[in-house]
Design a protein around this ligand. Structure first.
Ligand SMILES: [Zn+2]
Length: 288
């Protein structure tokens, strides 16, 4: 073999190794699944409307889905792992899927967590901190700090922010028209005027910082994910949250995340009781 030929082979080998043995980052499509509340089939039998609710899934159906991921060699990854990939720091395992739960219902602990543990699946739970600190009477029960601590210590569950108390619609003018609390200055009833831009920004700043601080203090972990209530946000909200140390933003826009997706706008697929099995399989297989 000539020296030149040997040199060419060496260079080609290096190129192949560097490019990840033919692994093309551009082709990776990562679905983030969004769940909310879990119930039992028995609950649905007694209240059939639950099956139509886009935020509800039975533990039986959820178990089937988690089992499918397990038996078909999917790898549940954390949002941090997805972030590292988007930032070009790491490769992802084959068939990656991210699991998220919004609102912090207690059913995430009582019904979902045992299933996640059984299959060793990782997930992120985005909590509305006020729902844990000051539960609304008559509402669905939310997670306690104790339950969250236990889940987090398993290494499978990360607890992140869904704001402190902005998961609601508030009046934005005198006539009482309401908008999601994150995206608009609100109507100050007593002062009979709209919030100034400064007051609006201060309200977001205080809420985003409070939810981050409370979770970090209670659980001793880093909070850098902000899941916007109803998936709505604006540049002001992003800028304020960025300044507080949030780095990863979850929306409810449908779609896959790729190496070029912005961390400011991660896409998700909502999964509920009404999601057909075939659709779930299409979504996780990157064929939706
Ligand atoms: Zn929510």
């Amino acid at each position: 073999m000539t020296k030149l030929l040997r040199l060419i082979i060496l260079i080609m080998t290096i190129v192949i190794v560097i490019s990840g043995c033919g692994y093309n980052n551009e082709n990776v499509k990562v679905p983030i699944l969004m769940y909310h509340h879990l119930v039992t089939q028995e609950n649905i039998k007694n209240n059939p409307d639950l099956a139509k609710n886009g935020s509800v899934i039975s533990v039986e159906k959820f178990t089937e889905q988690m089992k499918y991921l397990h038996e078909n060699s999917f790898n549940t990854i954390t949002l941090q792992e997805l972030t590292n990939f988007i930032e070009g720091k790491t490769q992802l395992p084959p068939k990656p899927v991210v699991l998220t739960f919004d609102d912090g219902y207690e059913s995430n602990y009582t019904l979902a967590y045992p299933v996640l543990k059984k299959y060793n699946h990782k997930a992120t739970i985005n909590i509305v901190v006020r729902s844990t600190e000051k539960p609304i009477a008559g509402g669905l029960p939310h997670l306690t700090w104790e339950q969250m601590r236990e889940m987090q210590e398993s290494g499978l569950i990360s607890i992140q922010s869904h704001t402190y108390d902005l998961h609601k619609y508030l009046p934005v003018n005198k006539s009482g028209k309401k908008k999601p609390a994150v995206v608009s200055p609100i109507w100050l009833k007593d002062a009979e005027r709209e919030e100034t831009q400064e007051e609006y920004q201060k309200r977001l700043q205080e809420d985003f910082s409070r939810s981050k601080n409370v979770i970090e203090n209670k659980l001793g972990t880093k909070v850098n994910v902000l899941c916007f209530p109803y998936g709505v946000y604006n540049d002001t909200a992003l800028e304020i949250a960025d300044g507080l140390g949030y780095e990863i933003y979850l929306t409810i826009k449908k779609g896959y995340n790729t190496a070029s997706t912005s961390l400011k706008e991660l896409y998700r697929f909502g999964i509920a009781e009404k999601t057909p099995r075939e659709e779930f399989i299409e979504i996780v297989s990157g064929k939706y």
